[in-house]
Design a protein around this ligand. Structure first.
Ligand SMILES: NC(=O)c1ccc[n+]([C@@H]2O[C@H](COP(=O)([O-])OP(=O)(O)OC[C@H]3O[C@@H](n4cnc5c(N)ncnc54)[C@H](O)[C@@H]3O)[C@@H](O)[C@H]2O)c1
Length: 351
């Protein structure tokens, strides 16, 4: 590996801007290539971040022997093809989330990665989950037994008019097409929800699911050819450890419910918002005198001082992984497992 890690970005849209900022500002990395099919976007980003090589075809960068790693920032429909090509070219890979649009694509990417044991590959769903101090905070409480046996997780996050490709990143019409995006809010944010909730609870396996999905909630003009993703969806799941998980997400519903998780165990319960921008306070409910006394509620605070945003730790985690100084930000096997759960939810919803 070269002294300064040489990074290539594939897809120079919204999220790529944050990745490029990370790698441009880190002395251990240099941005060497940008592949972007839109010539104006390509020229603009190449100039802003002083990237010496740019092309409309990502295969050009994959031929460069000096290039160490690529970050795949294109819409999900192209992730499998690009990820496989990068692995075959011997480049380390950071795959944006959602990993792919189908479990078949995800498993194919995993299978390809296993053929290249010296090439590193990671997903990105650690971004709002494992790298957030709240993840370690909750995991420690669970592991220390403060909640006792966890029997129920409840998570809701329902927004109004926050649709990808409409109100959010409105130029990215692919967000509305299930064949290109893989899904709506259940998919886009579900990768983080599962990464956080199942991660703190020891990665149980899904055994049963019932679900619903809906769209067409208003007469929005999307200027997009199709609108096949859900706006609102939910699931009731059972896991291998017997735990039940009620989960609901909407980027458009006729109600507003802030991002909130409740984890209930036989000894205690925890209520919080897991995102960096949610409150750092956690409500912890238990019974004093070792369960024999009075019901009590304590407000605990997670120290978020060293964690201002979620992109920087992801970039630094990937660099540490490349330098053999840390684990994969999100191991591909787990990324595939969670994606399979999301598709089981869609199947149960006949969506
Ligand atoms: N926007 C966000 O807030 C956000 C956050 C986290 C993750 N992501 C994920 O990042 C990925 C990209 O999302 P985005 O919001 O940046 O989308 P975007 O539409 O803003 O950017 C995607 C870019 O990829 C380019 N592109 C498409 N196919 C290409 C190809 N074959 N080769 C080179 N360039 C190609 C497009 O021209 C576009 O500029 C998605 O998987 C998304 O879920 C987005």
């Amino acid at each position: 590996m070269s002294k300064t890690l040489q990074i290539g970005i594939i897809g120079g849209g919204m999220i790529a801007q944050a990745h490029m900022k990370n790698f441009a500002n880190d002395s251990r990395t240099a941005l060497r290539w940008l592949a972007e099919i839109n010539p104006e976007a390509r020229a603009k980003s190449a100039e802003t971040f002083k990237i010496p090589h740019a092309s409309g075809d990502y295969n050009d960068m994959l031929k460069d022997p000096e290039l160490d790693a690529v970050v795949v920032c294109t819409p999900p429909v192209s992730h499998r093809e690009i990820g496989v090509a990068a692995l075959r070219a011997g480049k380390h890979v950071l795959m944006e989330k959602p990993l792919t649009v189908s479990p078949e694509d995800a498993r194919a990417l995993l299978a390809e990665s296993l053929k290249h044991p010296t090439i590193k590959i990671s997903g990105c769903s650690a971004r709002h989950a494992r790298y957030n101090p709240k993840f370690a905070f909750v995991k420690k409480m669970v592991d220390d037994g403060l909640l006792g046996q966890v029997y129920f997780v409840h998570h809701r996050a329902l927004a109004r008019q926050g649709r990808g490709g409409v109100e959010y990143n409105p130029n990215a019409k692919w967000f509305l097409d299930k064949t290109k995006a893989g899904g709506g809010p259940l998919y886009d944010w579900g990768v983080y929800d599962l990464s956080f909730h199942l991660g703190v609870l020891g990665e149980p396996e899904l055994t049963k699911v019932d679900a619903f999905c809906v769209n067409g909630l208003d007469q929005v003009v999307t200027n997009a050819p199709v609108f096949t993703v859900e706006e609102h969806g939910g699931a009731f799941m059972t896991f291998s450890n017997g735990m039940k998980y009620f989960w609901e997400r909407a980027n458009n519903a006729h109600v507003e419910v802030p991002n909130q998780t409740t984890i209930l165990g036989k000894k205690g319960g925890l209520r919080f918002g897991f995102c960096t921008w949610d409150s750092a306070e956690f409500e912890f409910f238990d019974v004093d005198n070792n369960g024999t006394g009075k019901a009590r509620k304590q407000v605990l605070t997670c120290d978020m001082q060293g964690h201002k945003d979620d992109m920087l730790p992801l970039g630094q985690g990937f660099i540490a992984y490349l330098l053999n100084e840390g684990p994969a930000p999100m191991p591909l096997k787990l990324e595939v497992k969670n994606l399979e759960i999301l598709h089981a939810v869609y199947k149960a919803a006949n969506w």
